[in-house]
Design a protein around this ligand. Structure first.
Ligand code: SAH
Ligand code: SF4
Ligand code: F3S
Length: 487
């Protein structure tokens, strides 16, 4: 709902342009690429992989669409608005291609590409490539093919294990894919149709990637999957091969990777959030006490219609269990208002859940009918004005609850991983506490980048904190609880 908060899970409404500096020591081919990413962390991770493949082939990153030889839009179709952003961005570039002398390749990647396929090529004939998320690692092959004809790469394939290193935007925090795709069939959601069935990476490959990151100086890793807490499909945890790795097994297996100080994961599905997982998070010091667990609605009938597979009581029980082991944990979620058939009373149940749980953040959305999804066909759609009204009211409740919840940090001294200067005030540094809240404080953000420091927190807003640096910390993850002084 709000820009800073959104940036933690999604790219924000205008998306994000990759701005990496050119790496040293790679022979250049004289060509530049530009990637504009919309949508969630999965898309950001895919963009970084595409950048890695392109840079290994000699391309250089350009933050300017106008300078690029290869223009990539990595798209999101979670809601209609997200999808429309792509068409308006594409319109401008298609015109450029018509006017330009020389070779320019325009690529639409990601979830809209997978959803629309050939239709997109027909609608925007200037496009060279339409490619689904599973093809991120094959971008250079597709560019090669596009010299001869338009390419549409949307068939279901096994995602290739990374052969090149992703070119990451940050050199402190990194995304690491665990499970691609989604096996759920929530009745409102397009993701299973755009990202296909779940495929897991091998635990050894995940650990190897994390070890390389630790060695390269990265401090924080976020493990990614649509239902990250589910078992890793296609893996074998014992010799019989009958039991797959659980996510808890994976956390224990990767936890001691040297150099990595903090581990996060997203997104958790309430159905798979086991007591075993909660206990592992409480026990393993690098696991941050921040949990993103979408709930979608506070009404059991709506949850049933959504095919979510849990009740609001079950959701509450999970949160209670997390707080039993980690009383201070931050909880964030996603919610949809105006799902088909939602009555005022059912909407109010969602408000109630937000208040009862005391969320630190909620990504809210008005229900948007999506192609191929069952709920889009139902005849009990809620009027746009009602949806908008509920969204505004829920946002106000979230703001109130998050502001109140944030006050618990006032006066405490907390571990902050510095990410760099505050983009809006160069005299301030900016970082995150383990609870994933942004913290701003006076200091040289560039010099402190990548370091763990202790910050005494003063003012607490809903989604960000302001404080004063009191110390540098040894490079070692603090014990769970993070509170250094002042409890
Ligand atoms: N895998 C995650 C979320 C992925 S999509 C999960 O299961 O929770 C991110 C969020 O977008 C969802 O949590 C949901 O709140 C929202 N969303 C998905 N489809 C939507 C739709 N059709 N209309 C409005 N919001 C939607
Ligand atoms: Fe969509 Fe449901 Fe899968 Fe999440 S779990 S990505 S909401 S289908
Ligand atoms: Fe992510 Fe949007 Fe696709 S939220 S999975 S990029 S539809």
């Amino acid at each position: 709902m709000l820009d800073e908060a959104e940036a933690a899970t999604y790219c924000g409404s205008e998306g994000q342009v990759l701005l990496r500096k050119a790496p040293e020591g790679i022979a250049r081919n004289g060509k530049k690429y530009y990637i504009h990413t919309f949508g969630c962390q999965m898309n950001m991770a895919d963009s970084e992989r595409m950048a890695g493949v392109l840079e290994s082939a000699g391309y250089e990153c350009s933050g300017e669409a106008g300078e690029a030889d290869v223009l990539i839009f990595n798209t999101c179709s979670i809601r209609e608005k997200a999808e429309q952003k792509v068409y308006s961005a594409l319109g401008k570039q298609a015109k450029r291609k018509r006017d330009r002398v020389g070779d320019l390749k325009i690529v639409v990647a990601g979830c809209v590409a997978q959803q629309e396929g050939q239709t997109l090529l027909r609608r925007v004939p200037e496009l060279d490539i339409v490619m689904g998320p599973q093809f991120a690692n094959r971008i250079t092959d597709l560019l090669e093919q596009a010299n001869d004809a338009q390419v549409c790469a949307t068939e279901q394939v096994a995602v290739e294990e990374d052969i090149t290193t992703p070119r990451r935007e940050s050199n402190i925090t990194a995304w690491v894919n665990v499970i691609y795709g989604c096996n759920e069939k929530c009745t409102y959601c397009v993701v299973p149709y755009t990202r296909g069935a779940e495929q897991s990476r091998k635990p050894e490959d995940i650990r190897r990637e994390m070890a390389a990151l630790g060695e390269a100086g990265y401090k924080e890793v976020t493990l990614l999957g649509q239902n990250i807490d589910a078992d890793l499909p296609g893996t074998a945890a014992d010799a019989s091969g009958r039991r797959a790795w659980t996510f808890t097994d994976l956390l224990r297996y990767v936890h001691d990777v040297p150099g990595i100080e903090r581990i996060r994961f997203a997104t958790s599905h309430p159905r798979y959030f086991t007591d075993r997982l909660v206990r592992a998070c409480a026990e393993l010091p690098k696991l941050c006490e921040f949990f993103h667990i979408p709930f979608q609605s506070g009404d059991n009938d709506i949850l049933r219609e959504m095919k979510r597979g849990y009740s609001h009581e079950r959701y509450r029980a999970i949160i209670d269990n997390i707080r039993r082991y980690m009383p201070d944990a931050s909880i964030s979620g996603d919610a949809i208002v105006g799902f088909p058939g939602e009555t005022e009373e059912q909407y109010l149940a969602t408000e109630r859940l937000v208040r009862e749980v005391g969320f630190d953040r909620v990504n809210t959305a008005a229900y948007s009918p999506r192609p191929n999804t069952p709920a889009a066909e139902w005849d009990n759609q809620v009027a746009d004005l009602i949806k908008q009204d509920r969204l505004n009211r829920l946002n106000a409740v979230v703001m109130e609850v998050a502001t109140e919840r944030s006050q618990r940090f006032a006066g405490r001294t907390l571990e902050v991983l510095v990410e760099g200067p505050n983009p809006r005030n160069p005299r301030q540094a900016c970082g995150r506490i383990r609870h994933n809240k942004l913290v701003y404080f006076d200091g040289d953000g560039a010099a402190l980048r990548g370091q763990l420091v202790a910050v005494e927190v003063g003012e607490c807003n809903a989604f960000s904190l302001f404080g004063r640096m009191v110390d540098r910390l040894p490079s070692r993850a603090a014990a769970p609880g993070t509170v250094l002084v002042g409890v």
